[in-house]
Structures are given as structure tokens and as C-alpha cells.
Design a protein around this ligand. Structure first.
Ligand SMILES: [Zn+2]
Length: 461
């Protein structure tokens, strides 16, 4: 009898591609699924799933992991086996330098990388002030840098328009046309949040309409989760129905976190969000755990611009409204910040468990199959990953085993609990055929790699 490297027995196998749930065993060799059967298999290592769910590893399309080990381990512990970094216009501009250390393994999870436009490429083109528009020559230069990054394996281009208010539509369109030629994604953290966020979503729709680029609208709940989500989803649904190549992602928390020194927290933000200074909670650095006053806000803006602050400005119901739409995938926005134990944002470790806990079990808004599709096959299709996000012979053995009745986010905002508390109900995470996490304990293998994305065409539907 053939001996596999790893056998998973008695799994409730959730396959989002065939849209089927069956019970069976998996045989894994050299990082691939090589057998799916009801027959008994023999392996060097066995995991008895005990009828827990076995599904493809989660793919997080919106993170800031960017070669950061702490962020990657947090992802892994919530079942993410592939994360896309370089979002919101941030991240390294040096693609070769990004891929080199982990191209053949050695990272906890697999990662893809966007080239960040709003910070990185703009700065490389000599634009130091985010409020400054690019000249025609600088736009040409940015488009050239974008092309170079795509040639070197970037999965797409990301914008953080809210962080770089000087960005013209012309600049966005020039870069997006390059991405369209490569058949790669343009991820857009839109220009405004709150009520102005609806107009900003129209701008993102215009990007795909006018350039033909495939657009991914980033972390919806953090942009339009302040009571206008239903309107935002309606706009996006109309765009999807009219055949435009646009999808979106959204998180599981209604309070976002970003750098206090950024344009997001510019003077007037409290008035814009119709909130109080005390709705801003410092979550990293020497003031971690403190609520803002006007004085502390100004002190942080001037002297601690890199610290992360959580803004309690969202409405919980908008989380669920966003994720009800079939074109919305789950994303964490995780990986930013310093990862000092006991600080940070719960999204780093709790997003995907919270998705199954609330959307499937507590609210019964999504079937288990549909929920798995949103975390696996849908982002895989969007990123052109043909061997991930599927439970099929020949596909990559990146897998999650979890208990649907028990999976639970245990992390909480600072002040309410530990932001880095690990989730419950996850049995095992397998990366590239190796056990990476088992019952919360890290395995010895570090077999994830940085993946270059080749030119390609695909269709998400
Ligand atoms: Zn963002």
C-alpha cells in the first residue's frame, strides 16, 4: 500500500469548487493533495479530523504582512495560509528584495505582494507631500515603476487614496491601465470614508469602467461601515451586474486602526465622523490602552505619528451587510504595527474565526459552503491562483481543519480583553503539506513562500 507523507482521516471535506460537502480522507505528498477517498490511507503522519471541517487554507487578500514574522504567525493561527501584502498604497517598492529571502520557503505562510502606489511609487517618483498632485512626467515615471514591479512578480497595484489626497484620477488611470495590460488586480483603499465614501466608491467603479483593470475595493467596513454600507453595496452590485470587473473585501470589526499621523486622522476627522475624541483608542506605543482627549490626539499627531489608533466610528450591522454580498470576500487588514504582546488590533488574529462564528453559526446568514468559498476560491480566482482555494487532487496542500460548532474569536479591543488572544476551535493548519499549527501549537515546519504572480487572465465569476 502506498505510504503518504501525511494523511488526514475522517474529515468533513468542504469543496467550494464542486460545491459539495463529503466525508473522507486526504493523502498528501510533497506539498500536494494526491488522494481524496473514502478508503483507508496509510501515511507517515496521521491526523484524525474526527469529522471536523477540512477545507482549503484561508486566503487573505488584504493584509500588511509584508515579510513581517509576527504578522505572519498571527495570520497562521487564524487559519490563513496565503496573505497578500503591500495594500493601501504601502509596502516595499523593491520587489526583488521582497521576494528574495522567502522565494523557496522559510516563511510561516505563503505571501503575495502588491506594489503600493500612494506611498511607495509616489515617493520613488519624487513626491514627498501626499497632498501634492503628480506632474505629467511624474505620472509617466510612476506608471513605469508600476510596470517594473508587475514584471518582477507583484500580484497587482494598490492605492491608499485617502492617504494621498493629491492623487488625481489621471494618475490612478495611468497606473491602472498598466495593471490591465498585465491582467493584474488594482486594489483601492478609496479616497474618503463616511458619507463621502459613496462618491469614492463611484470613483473606484470608474477606474474599472474607464481602464478595463480588475478592481478590488479594500476593507469596505472601514470606509463605508458608518451607516452607509447598504448604499455602497447597491452601487457595487449595479457595477457587477453591468459586467464590470469589480469585487471587494471587508473585515469583521467595525473599528479600524491606522497610523495617527496619517491623513486619515487629519484635523477635522472627529467632526467628519461625528464622534468624540474619546472614541479614539491608542492601541500601540507608550499610550496604548488610553482613550484620546483633544490634547492627547494633538500630542500623538505631532510626536508619535507611527502609533496605531483605533477609531470607534463604525456600526456593527454594516459588517454583516457587507459580507452578505456574494462578491465580497473576508479580509483582516492585519499585519500593521509593532506586535508587542497584549497590544494591537484583534483583526490580526481573530478575523476568519469571527467570520465563521458570526456569519455561519450565530447569524446563519451564510451556509458553510458559501462561507468557505468567500475565504478560499473567491480570492484565489481574483489572484489567479489556480492551485489554491480548492480541495482537489493536484492542488496545493494548504488546509485548515476546524470545528464549526466551536470556532470562535477570543481577541478583543484593548480595555475589553487581549487583542492578541488566539482563537478557539481551530484544530490544525497545514501549509505546503506540513503541519504548521496543531491545537494552537506551532509546528516545526516553516514552509510558506513568497509567490511571484505571472501574467495571466482570469474571471472571478
Ligand atoms: Zn487601507
Amino acid at each position: 500500500m502506498h505510504e503518504f507523507e501525511l494523511v488526514i482521516e475522517n474529515g468533513t471535506l468542504v469543496d467550494p469548487e464542486r460545491n459539495k460537502i463529503t466525508v473522507g480522507n486526504l493523502g498528501i505528498c510533497r506539498g500536494r493533495i494526491v488522494a481524496i477517498t473514502r478508503e483507508q490511507l496509510s501515511g507517515r503522519q496521521h491526523i484524525d479530523a474526527g469529522l471536523a471541517v477540512v477545507c482549503p487554507g484561508f486566503i487573505d487578500i488584504h493584509t500588511h504582512v509584508d515579510n513581517g514574522l509576527d504578522g505572519a504567525y498571527a495570520m497562521l493561527k487564524q487559519g490563513v495560509t496565503t496573505a497578500v501584502g503591500g495594500n493601501c498604497g504601502m509596502g516595499t517598492g523593491d520587489m526583488a528584495g521582497f521576494f528574495q529571502p522567502f522565494e523557496y520557503g522559510g516563511f510561516p505562510i505563503h505571501q503575495l505582494m502588491f506594489a503600493g502606489e500612494s506611498f511607495t511609487l509616489r515617493e520613488k517618483a519624487g513626491i514627498v507631500n501626499p497632498y501634492q498632485p503628480a506632474t505629467a512626467e511624474q505620472i509617466r515615471q510612476i506608471a513605469y515603476l508600476a510596470e517594473e514591479a508587475l514584471e518582477q512578480g507583484a500580484a497587482g497595484i494598490s492605492f491608499g487614496l485617502e492617504y494621498a489626497p493629491g492623487t488625481s484620477f489621471e494618475e490612478i488611470a495611468a497606473v491602472s491601465r498598466v495593471a490591465a495590460r498585465y491582467g493584474k488586480l488594482v486594489a483601492i483603499h478609496t479616497r474618503h470614508d463616511g458619507w463621502a465614501g459613496l462618491g469614492a466608491i463611484k470613483e473606484a467603479i470608474d477606474v474599472t469602467r474607464l481602464t478595463g483593470a480588475a478592481v478590488q475595493v479594500s476593507h469596505l467596513v472601514y470606509m463605508v461601515g458608518m451607516g452607509m454600507m447598504a448604499d455602497a453595496i447597491r452601487l457595487l452590485q449595479e457595477a457587477v451586474d453591468s459586467g464590470l470587473d469589480i469585487t471587494a473585501d471587508s473585515g469583521m470589526y467595525h473599528a479600524f486602526a491606522t497610523h495617527i499621523g496619517s491623513a486619515v486622522f487629519a484635523a477635522g476627522c472627529v467632526e467628519k465622523w461625528e464622534c468624540q475624541y474619546s472614541d479614539l483608542l491608542v492601541c500601540t506605543g507608550p499610550f496604548a490602552g488610553e482613550r484620546c482627549t483633544k490634547e492627547l490626539y494633538e500630542e500623538l499627531r505631532s510626536n508619535y505619528p507611527e502609533e496605531l489608533v483605533v477609531a470607534y466610528v463604525g456600526k456593527e450591522a454594516d459588517i454583516y451587510t457587507a459580507l452578505a454580498a456574494e462578491f465580497v470576500m473576508v479580509s483582516s487588514d492585519g499585519g500593521l504595527g509593532s506586535f508587542i504582546p497584549g497590544t494591537g488590533h484583534p483583526q490580526n488574529v481573530g478575523t476568519f474565526p469571527r467570520f465563521f462564528q458570526t456569519m455561519v453559526r450565530e447569524r446563519q446568514q451564510l451556509s458553510l459552503l458559501e462561507a468557505v468559498r468567500r475565504c478560499t476560491l473567491l480570492p484565489a480566482g481574483r489572484l489567479g491562483l489556480k492551485n489554491k482555494g480548492r480541495l482537489k487532487v493536484g492542488c496545493d496542500a494548504d488546509l485548515v481543519i476546524f470545528h464549526p460548532a466551536r470556532i470562535k474569536d477570543c481577541a478583543a479591543y484593548l480595555g475589553d480583553g487581549r487583542p492578541d488572544a488566539e482563537p478557539a476551535g481551530l484544530e490544525c493548519v497545514i501549509v505546503n503539506g506540513h503541519i504548521a499549527v496543531r491545537q494552537g501549537e506551532l509546528g516545526a515546519a516553516v514552509s510558506g513562500r513568497s509567490m511571484k504572480v505571472e501574467n495571466r487572465c482570469w474571471n472571478w465569476m
